[in-house]
Structure formats: structure tokens, C-alpha cells
Write a protein that binds this ligand. Structure first.
Ligand SMILES: *[C@@H]1O[C@H](CO)[C@@H](O)[C@H](O)[C@H]1NC(C)=O
Ligand SMILES: *[C@@H]1O[C@H](CO)[C@@H](O)[C@H](O)[C@H]1NC(C)=O
Ligand SMILES: *[C@@H]1O[C@H](CO)[C@@H](O)[C@H](O)[C@H]1NC(C)=O
Ligand SMILES: *[C@@H]1O[C@H](CO)[C@@H](O)[C@H](O)[C@H]1NC(C)=O
Ligand SMILES: *[C@@H]1O[C@H](CO)[C@@H](O)[C@H](O)[C@H]1NC(C)=O
Ligand SMILES: *[C@@H]1O[C@H](CO)[C@@H](O)[C@H](O)[C@H]1NC(C)=O
Ligand SMILES: *[C@@H]1O[C@H](CO)[C@@H](O)[C@H](O)[C@H]1NC(C)=O
Ligand SMILES: [Zn+2]
Length: 799
């Protein structure tokens, strides 16, 4: 599943057959699982507590419980949807909606007999709202339309066959999970009925329907791959890249899983209004436009990289998740964790020249359970069975930080916490100890792996002398952080500065990432010092790690006196790299084949780099003649700089370009650039636009506010704006949408004074927890981060 996707089902007509397994007087239908999930997980009282599992209410009635009764199981559903149809509601006497648990309860007069099949025929009318939830309406220049609705036993383990029929206008096309078998024009009307093959037995959350006037391209092959999008986008060739990669990725996974693709077709469709990145509906995968469409003329390398990983992730789910499914949502992590892992393998297969992807993962391969099980090669000795080893990783929360003292050879572990003072009140049967396989090297030489199976142990070979250094978690093959004694850190730092290539590229990224994450509570000076060697670094992964971590500091300090110094420093560090890429791209006229590095590099918070000046001129030219083409990899920076330097005229021009943009990736760049202006009234007007769906699409409203909040002038404006319009945003996005939690986080990102903190706390208090939805969790985390920031601020000013 893409992040934060959820289904709510407003209903059309549905018929279903049920088998009664035991005597029941009542059966119930769960309609929404996300509400339940968010209810159960949003109540974070302590930063580190884990999700609360459904607590049965005192009542023993099935409709007061969160889990469905196992006395009825769905066999198949016949679903007919007629999106424009208006039908009267059924007059069932004893039926009601149990709001708390989201049950539709239908009470029967008699008792169903065990072993018999029963029919439930329902007719529903649901509003085709544009709220991006479940069954919704989406309009674009070309009237794309998406439908999603049905009534069901909504637990992933309750699989059934679906017979789906869609009734729709003649000029539209209907798609669903299985192959369409026929289109019949209904007599005397201008309406088509599209009938689909029965699906395989499948979970309800993977059902999708789309009725649209989209068009498609397809591959000449047996997998039935089709790419669907707005006509204009397809005609522009924006689906070509996705088509190129989908087939190879499917083939890759067939080999990887040693199981052929389970379905007869594979549709990928780009939707103009889509709340998450993508959703792995079986056979009909839905994407945000930016996650599927690629226009070589305007999209940057980074966009391409995103497409290949998202497509790969969703296709991985066709087997893992869809064919084989978790019984209930508490194991969802496995589904997502696995797909997030193999997405790189698929992506790497489709784009083998992007070595960086492979490099970043080479290490991980050897330590996944499958890898362990398969590695019956001589020489691999496991201290326990795979089962036991895995249990200590999956049956307790979190992961460890391993500390190595190279003066004594003492290796110890403890639960890694971003905030060390946090109270962990969830008991762990493993006592917060992990079975840690430690691959390591000493002064560039790979050593024998060791297993840390207790709190601490003395490992003599790790006691080093003179100028030897130890580097643990080689190739980042284990899931843990590493800390060392200061002497070893110093030696690692000097190794990085003298010859960084002795340390594998992934470990260079690891050093950066570990020190920054440990820095939040230990040593910020050390973390900042790890960035010194970047002067020599040309690889993507370490830079990515550095910029991601530094970005946090930039946001933190951009209104303090250290900001100038930090910016000057980073500019100096990045300059050689920039020149290197200037050379290999012939002065930015060609796209270096190296993965999206430039993209990432320049979207980092260095605004006054030399290039900016150069490209200011480009923007001026652009202003006169729209035809001047700015290289896609540079556009984000150029647009932002130009709008920041300009006034209303430039802003309005950017706004026009945004409205005219036909490529989603381009529109995103402009939308984010418009937030760069330094003129407060423009920012305020832009904020107002986020409440007007004709100006800013609903799916983009919260991220637009986030862009504005990341501008130092926009931040207080965005904060005031969100507070003033809290009810509006809460109603629209507050119930279950994951994007919503980012809203608070985005607008308060820079908060670090006690005054700001108290503002945030007061706001949270004023809006009692229940009204915070998914925002409340985030708010808690922010409070902690802000406290930390206070500490860090003092620390760095003293630097
Ligand atoms: C965290 O939980 C502990 C124990 O349940 C409780 O005493 C403490 O007040 C909680 N802290 C916060 C910040 O809610
Ligand atoms: C459901 O649809 C299938 C296929 O169209 C049909 O064979 C079956 O009889 C239908 N069942 C009901 C209860 O309408
Ligand atoms: C798709 O593949 C074809 C054939 O290999 C190639 O010519 C074309 O450039 C590719 N399109 C994209 C957008 O990568
Ligand atoms: C793949 O599956 C086939 C048949 O299911 C089996 O015979 C074969 O051993 C499997 N290959 C691997 C590498 O597991
Ligand atoms: C090793 O380090 C851990 C954690 O600092 C400590 O608790 C333990 O006593 C040390 N062991 C020895 C033998 O010094
Ligand atoms: C932090 O690390 C630096 C080395 O980079 C060291 O000089 C300093 O003493 C360390 N501070 C603490 C508190 O450990
Ligand atoms: C890039 O531009 C610089 C300065 O304008 C010039 O000296 C250099 O020859 C150019 N390099 C290439 C490869 O075009
Ligand atoms: Zn997923």
C-alpha cells in the first residue's frame, strides 16, 4: 500500500452470498477499516508507546467489537455499480449503523442454518463526493473519473470472489481488477454495462473501479500490461517510461518469487486526484500522476527514479500482499516492509545502470530471513535457529544501537531511542536485547562476523592499538546503529579525510546517518565533523544522507546567527561536487547518466550557489519567451530563486505557468516554487488558495501549506492560517488521512523557542485530543523534538 491510503465505501448496489458457519442471529458488515486503525493507533500518550490494540468493549455484542465474527464467511460478491444512478434506500426494519465500530448491523428475525448459503441484497445511494475518500469524484481538464465502492466483510483475511459489473456512460471506459469480458449497451439508453471476469479469491481492500475517459498504451506481450492516463498525457508519450519498465519488473518478480504473475492483465493508471503515492489494487494499480507519468522534456531524473521504485513496490505486492495476504492489519508491517525491501530489486532489474540502487542494498540481501535460510553454504554458522533469531527482531519493538569500545573490545547494545529519556512501558520478552550479527572491518580489512547475543560482551579482536580503527555493520547488512568510543570516531574521521574510499560507500552514508541520529542526544560536534570529508565525496548515497540530516539543522537554525556560517560551510563542501557534475554534464547541457544526484543536490537548502545567479538570467529569458528550456534537473532551484527574488509580477507569472502545466512533475515544481516568495501578502494569498479546490487541488492543499511553512517568512503565516482554519482542514483531511499529520509537523517545523512551544501546546489543548485525528501523534512528537532542538540550539551556538 502506498503511504496513507485508505478505503471507505459509500455504496451502490451489491449482492453477496454468505455461508453460515455456526448459528448466528446477527451478522454485521464492517465498512471502514482505516477509521478503526486510526482510532486504535492515534491514542499515543507517550512518545514511544506502541499502538494500542483493539480493546473489546464491555458489551458482548458483535457490533461492539472491532474484529468481525468468524461465524460468517463471504463466498462471492456480485457487485453492480451505476455511478449516476439514484436508488431508494432499502427499508430494513432492524438495521442500524454502529458509529463507534463502523458496523452496519442488520438484525434478522430467524436464525440462519449452519452450512447453508444466504443472500444479502442491498441497494445503496452514496454521494459521489470529492473528498478523496473511497468512492469519489475527480475532475481534471479532461474529466478523469474514478469510482470505488462496495459493501463487504472488510478484513483482509476474509477473501472472496467478486463478480463486478459497472454501468457507465457510452463515451467512458470502465476498469476493474479483472479483465473486462463484454460491454453491452443497455436498450433504449445511452448507457453501457461492462461485465468483468470473476476475480480470484481476494481481499476487499484491493478492489478498485475506475470509470474514465482515459486512454491507454499497451505492451505486446502476454501479461496484458496497460498504462492508462489522461488522453493528453498518453498522447504526449508520458506513459512510455512506465510501459518500458512494467513488463521487465513483472518478469523479475516472477523469477524472484518463482511463481507466475497470478492475473491475466496488469493495468497501471495515473489519477489526477489521489491521496497517496499509489495503491496496489490487484490487477489495477492506481498511482498519483507524478508516480507514473514521465515526460523526458520536463521531468527530472529524480522523477524517473521515483516512478521505477513506486511501480516496482506496487508490483511486488501483486504476489506478496495480494496473492498471499496478512490475516489482519496488525501484520501490515510485514506486507509493507517486504515490498519496500524488494522494490529496489525490481527497480534495479529494470534500470541496471543505476548502480547506486544496487550498492545501497547489496548488504541487505544477506540478512533477510530468506537469505539466512537459503545460505546453507558451509561457513555460515548460526547461533540459534532462523526462527529464534527472527523472533528477537520482530516480537519486540525497535532496534538496538551497538556501542563498541575499541580500548577494551567491549561490545554492548541498548534499545535505540531518538529521545533517550522516553519511557518505554511496553514489556519486551527479550528484555530489549537483540541477536545482532556484526560484520565488521579493522583498518580496511574484513574480519570474521560475530554475534552479539547478550547485553554486552568483550570481543578481543575489537580491541585495537595505535592508529587502527574498527568499522561495524559492514555494508549496513544489519538493522542497527553503531556508536564507538571517541578515539575510534576520531580515527574514522581521519580515515574519511585522508582516503574515504577505504570505507565502503554505504558505510560512509551510515557514519553520517548514525552520528546525526546519535547527535540528537550525544555529540552534535561529532556529527557536524563527519561532513568535512564531503569535499571529496562524489557518490550519491553519502550525500543523500548528509543533506537529509543537514536539512533538519538548516530548518532549525535559519533564523539564528549560525545560519550564515552553516550555509557558507556547506557551499564550500558542495562546490567540488557541483563542478564535477558541471563537467560530466557538459556544463549542464546533458543529463548525467548518474542517478538523480544533481536533482537532490540542488534541491538542498543552499540557495545562493553560483548557479542561482546564472539561472536567474534564464528565468528572465523565460519570462520573455516561454520557449526557453531550463534543464529539468535545475528547474526547482531556478523557479524558486526567481520567485524569491521577484515580486508580484514574477509570482503571477509563475502562477500562470502552474495553471498551464500539463505534466504533473512540472506542476509540483512550480507549486513548490510559488512558496518561495518573500512577499508576505503573496504568501497569504497563496495560503488562501489552498482552501479553493479550483486553484489548488485538494490532494495538494496540505503539501502546499507545507511548502509555504518551509519558507522562513511563510512559516508564521502558515501557522496562523492553519490555526484560523483548523475546522476546515480537520473536516476535510482530519479523519484518517496520513497527509494530515504532516500539516502540523510542517507548520511547526521551526519552532524552537519556549514561547513557540507553549503556543503549540496551548493549541493542542484548545483542540482536545479527539479532534486532532492523526495529527495528535505528530503533535506529541513535535513537542519532544522541540525540546531537543532547544538543547541543540545552545550546543551549536557554542560551537
Ligand atoms: C507516560 O506514561 C507514564 C506511565 O504510563 C506516565 O506516568 C507518564 O505521565 C506519561 N507521560 C506523558 C508525557 O504522558
Ligand atoms: C453472481 O454472478 C455470477 C456471474 O455473473 C452468476 O453466475 C451468479 O448466479 C450470480 N449470483 C447471484 C446470487 O446473483
Ligand atoms: C522506452 O523504450 C524505448 C525502446 O527501448 C526507448 O527508445 C525509449 O526511449 C524508452 N522511453 C523512455 C521514456 O525511457
Ligand atoms: C520453482 O518452482 C518449481 C515448481 O513449483 C520447483 O520445482 C522449483 O524447484 C522452484 N525453484 C526454486 C529455485 O525454488
Ligand atoms: C561493557 O559496556 C557495558 C555498557 O557500557 C557495561 O555495562 C559493561 O559493564 C561493560 N563490560 C565490561 C566487561 O567492562
Ligand atoms: C564530541 O566529539 C568531539 C570530537 O569530534 C570531542 O572532541 C568532544 O569531546 C565530544 N563531546 C562529548 C561530550 O563527548
Ligand atoms: C563550460 O563552461 C566554461 C565556462 O563558461 C568553459 O570554460 C568550459 O569550456 C565549458 N565546458 C564545456 C564542456 O562546455
Ligand atoms: Zn506497499
Amino acid at each position: 500500500m502506498g503511504k496513507g491510503y485508505y478505503i471507505s465505501k459509500h455504496l451502490a448496489t451489491a449482492a453477496m452470498v454468505l455461508a453460515a458457519i455456526a448459528l448466528v442471529t446477527i451478522f454485521a458488515l464492517s465498512v471502514v477499516y482505516n477509521r478503526e486503525k486510526s482510532k486504535n493507533t492515534a491514542k499515543f500518550s507517550n512518545a514511544t508507546t506502541s499502538p494500542v490494540f483493539p480493546t473489546p468493549k464491555t458489551s458482548n455484542e458483535p457490533w461492539d467489537k472491532y474484529r468481525l465474527p468468524d461465524t460468517l464467511s463471504p463466498q462471492y460478491y456480485n457487485v453492480t455499480l451505476w455511478p449516476h444512478l439514484s436508488v431508494t434506500a432499502p427499508a430494513i426494519k432492524t438495521s442500524w449503523f454502529q458509529t463507534e465500530t463502523q458496523y452496519l448491523v442488520i438484525q434478522l428475525e430467524g436464525k440462519p442454518k449452519p452450512g447453508k448459503d444466504y443472500w444479502l441484497y442491498t441497494e445503496f445511494t452514496g454521494e459521489l463526493a470529492d473528498d478523496l475518500e473511497g468512492f469519489y469524484r475527480s475532475e481534471y481538464m479532461e474529466d478523469g473519473e474514478k469510482k470505488k465502492a462496495f459493501l463487504c466483510f472488510d478484513e483482509p483475511g476474509m477473501k472472496a470472489v467478486f463478480h463486478i459489473t459497472l454501468i457507465h456512460d457510452l463515451e467512458t471506459t470502465a476498469l476493474s481488477n479483472s479483465q473486462e469480458i463484454k460491454n453491452v449497451i443497455i436498450d433504449g439508453t445511452a448507457i453501457t454495462r461492462t461485465i468483468f471476469r470473476p476475480t480470484k479469491r481476494m481481499s476487499t481492500y484491493l478492489i478498485a473501479f475506475v470509470v474514465s475517459d482515459f486512454t491507454h498504451i499497451n505492451a505486446k506481450d502476454k501479461k496484458g500490461v496497460r498504462i492508462w492516463a489522461r488522453k493528453r498525457a498518453i498522447e504526449d508519450g508520458q506513459g512510455d517510461y512506465a510501459l518500458n519498465i512494467t513488463q521487465p519488473i513483472l518478469e523479475f518478480f516472477e523469477k524472484y518469487y518463482n511463481t507466475s504473475y497470478p492475473l491475466s492483465k496488469s493495468d497501471q493508471i495515473a489519477l489526477p486526484d489521489f491521496n497517496s503515492g499509489a495503491m496496489e489494487n490487484w490487477g489495477l494499480v492506481t498511482y498519483r500522476e507524478t508516480a507514473l507519468l514521465y515526460d523526458p522534456r520536463t521531468s527530472a531524473n529524480g522523477n524517473k527514479q521515483r516512478i521505477v521504485t513506486v511501480v516496482s513496490h506496487e508490483l511486488a505486492h501483486m504476489w506478496f500482499g495480494n496473492l498471499v495476504t496478512v490475516k489482519w492489519w496488525n501484520d501490515l508491517w510485514l506486507n509493507e516492509g517486504f515490498a519496500s525491501y524488494v522494490e529496489y530489486l525490481g527497480a534495479d532489474y529494470a534500470e541496471p545502470t543505476w548502480n547506486t540502487v544496487r550498492t545501497s542494498l547489496r548488504g541487505f540481501f544477506t540478512n533477510v530471513p530468506g537469505g539466512l535460510e537459503r545460505s546453507k553454504t558451509p561457513g555460515v554458522k548460526l547461533p540459534y535457529s532462523v526462527h529464534e533469531i527472527m523472533n528477537c527482531w520482530i516480537l519486540q519493538m525497535g532496534f538496538p544501537v551497538v556501542t563498541i569500545d575499541t580500548r577494551t573490545g567491549n561490545v554492548s547494545q541498548k534499545h535505540f531511542l531518538l529521545e533517550p529519556e522516553a519511557v518505554v512501558d511496553r514489556k519486551s520478552e527479550f528484555n530489549n536485547e537483540w541477536c545482532v550479527p556484526i560484520k565488521w572491518m579493522k583498518k580496511g580489512q574484513v574480519q570474521d562476523q560475530l554475534w552479539l547475543l547478550q547485553k554486552s560482551a568483550i570481543h578481543k579482536p575489537m580491541k585495537v592499538s595505535k592508529n587502527e580503527w574498527v568499522l561495524a555493520n559492514l555494508h549496513v547488512s544489519g538493522y542497527f546503529r553503531v556508536n564507538y568510543d571517541l578515539v575510534n570516531w576520531e580515527r574514522l574521521l581521519s580515515q574519511l579525510e585522508s582516503n574515504h574510499q577505504v570505507i565502503p560507500v554505504v558505510n560512509r552514508a551510515q557514519i553520517l546517518d548514525d552520528t546525526f541520529n546519535l547527535a540528537r542526544w550525544e555529540n552534535i560536534t561529532l556529527a557536524l565533523r563527519t561532513t568535512k570529508y564531503l569535499l571529496h565525496e562524489q557518490e550519491y548515497i553519502p550525500w543523500e544522507a548528509a543533506l537529509r540530516n543537514l536539512n533538519y539543522f538548516f530548518q532549525l537554525f535559519d533564523h539564528s546567527e549560525v545560519y550564515d556560517a552553516m550555509q557558507a560551510y556547506l557551499k564550500k563542501q558542495v562546490k567540488p561536487l557541483f563542478e564535477y557534475f558541471g563537467t560530466i554534464s557538459s556544463n549542464w547541457t546533458t543529463v548525467p547518466s548518474v542517478i538523480s544526484f544533481v536533482d537532490n543536490c540542488i534541491s538542498c537548502p543552499i540557495s545562493n550557489l553560483e548557479i542561482s545567479n546564472l539561472y536567474h538570467q534564464f528565468f528572465k529569458m523565460l519570462y520573455c519567451t516561454i520557449r526557453v528550456v531550463i534543464h529539468p534537473n535545475l528547474r526547482s532551484t531556478v523557479y524558486c530563486d526567481a520567485i524569491a527574488a521577484g515580486g508580484a509580477e514574477e509570482w503571477n507569472f509563475g502562477w500562470q505557468m502552474f495553471q498551464k502545466a500539463t505534466v504533473a512533475a512540472e506542476a509540483v515544481k512550480l507549486r513548490s516554487a510559488l512558496a518561495c516568495t518573500k512577499v508576505p501578502w503573496l504568501l497569504n494569498r497563496y495560503l488562501e488558495y489552498t482552501m479553493n479546490p479550483e486553484k489548488i487541488r485538494k490532494q495538494d492543499a496540505t503539501s502546499t501549506i507545507g511548502y509555504i511553512a518551509s519558507n522562513i517568512i511563510g512559516q508564521p503565516l502558515a501557522w496562523d492560517f492553519v490555526r484560523a482554519n483548523w475546522d476546515y482542514f480537520f473536516q476535510l483531511y482530519g479523519t484518517g488521512s496520513f497527509t494530515f499529520s504532516r500539516l502540523i509537523s510542517d507548520v511547526t517545523n521551526r519552532f524552537c523557542t519556549p514561547f513557540e512551544l507553549s503556543q503549540l501546546k496551548r493549541f493542542q489543548k484548545d483542540n482536545a485530543e479527539t479532534r486532532f485525528g492523526s495529527g495528535s501523534l505528530c503533535c506529541e512528537i513535535r513537542v519532544i523534538q522541540i525540546l531537543l532542538q532547544n538543547v541543540l540550539l545552545k550546543d551549536t551556538t557554542a560551537l
